[in-house]
Write a protein that binds this ligand. Structure first.
Ligand code: RRO
Length: 303
């Protein structure tokens, strides 16, 4: 069965992508994600200059999920451009995730990345692991609008805006991104959380808090997708605890056109993309749907 789907003008061969940050630091690893069945690949978030990230420990497994405080380690946009070009030469559809601290930096990065030939940009406004820096502004609708609008003006490719679940109401924030010209919403980034080692009597992560991902946040992410789908017309990319075909279908029924899978690949390996595609296909066949788009938003009862 043909699992291809259109998202913001991009025709993807399948509705699964990797979530930014997992496996995203080199072209060969992203290539393996694509070879495993993903419709496109998403890079680790790139900043205007290189950053080492937080010191270890930066990742800890918790009940039903994973906690990370990587601290945006990345080589910087300019340094990563050759990897992006390599992926494009190999015919891999690439979404470049990026962040910055000021509007001019956002604009400069958006220009450089879109000129490198990426297929779309994912504007990361929602990392939970940076305290008080501007740029991680997904909780403020006005800032989301301002940054999105500047990036849309500077870029020649579709802009996906990645939002945080840590807000009282996510729909008005998605609406601001849409008004500012965003082509899709990515819902959602990780949820700020922590773990304490009872024997050492200290927080486990060097950063004390980190972003929670995996099955633990699935119902929260699903609710966010649902609320955003009620509020905007642009496509939604679902992200948060999707581990199998059934989870993927639930996000599509809630309104997601495509899905980003992160924590599950760390447990299941690269094969998770192909397996989730297969699970979606089996569901479509079981219920007599002819294409993926037929189930997007169906749980809202509007189709
Ligand atoms: O690098 C990180 O600490 C990180 C990022 Br940029 C993000 O967007 N979400 C997350 O959980 N970790």
């Amino acid at each position: 069965m043909d699992l291809s789907i259109d998202v913001a003008g991009l025709r993807l061969r399948a509705p699964t992508l990797n979530a930014s940050g997992v496996l995203g630091m080199s072209a060969p690893l992203l290539r393996r994600v694509y070879d495993s069945g993903a419709g496109a690949v998403v890079t680790k978030s790139l900043g205007p200059s290189s950053r080492p990230g937080h010191i270890n420990p930066t990742v800890v497994e918790v009940d039903c999920g994973l906690l990370n405080a990587m601290g945006l380690p990345n080589p910087g946009v300019a340094e990563f451009l050759p990897e992006l070009r390599e992926l494009k030469r190999e015919g891999v559809p690439v979404v470049a995730s990026f962040f910055a601290s000021t509007i001019p930096e956002f604009v400069e990065s958006a220009r450089a990345l879109s000129e490198a030939g990426v297929d779309a940009l994912e504007l990361n406004l929602s990392c939970p692991n940076i305290g008080g820096e501007p740029g991680m502004c997904a909780a403020d609708a006005g800032s989301v609008e301002k940054v999105t609008s500047a990036v849309v003006d500077a870029s020649t490719v579709p802009i996906f805006v990645k939002l945080s679940p840590m807000v009282a109401e996510i729909a008005p924030i998605a609406e601001k991104a849409e008004e500012a010209g965003a082509d899709a919403i990515v819902a959602v980034n990780t949820l700020k959380a922590m773990a304490i080692d009872a024997d050492f009597k200290r927080p486990i992560l060097s950063n004390v808090t980190g972003g929670l991902s995996g099955a633990a946040i699935k119902p929260v992410a699903l609710r966010c997708v649902w609320e955003i789908a009620e509020a905007v017309e642009i496509p939604i990319i679902g992200c948060g605890g999707i581990s199998n075909g059934r989870d993927a279908v639930e996000f599509m029924l809630a309104g997601a056109s495509v899905l980003e899978i992160g924590t599950a690949v760390m447990k299941e390996g690269f094969k998770v993309y192909g397996e989730i595609n297969k699970g979606i296909e089996e569901y479509l066949k079981e219920y007599g749907f002819s294409k993926v788009g037929d189930i997007v938003g169906l749980a809202h009862g509007r189709q």
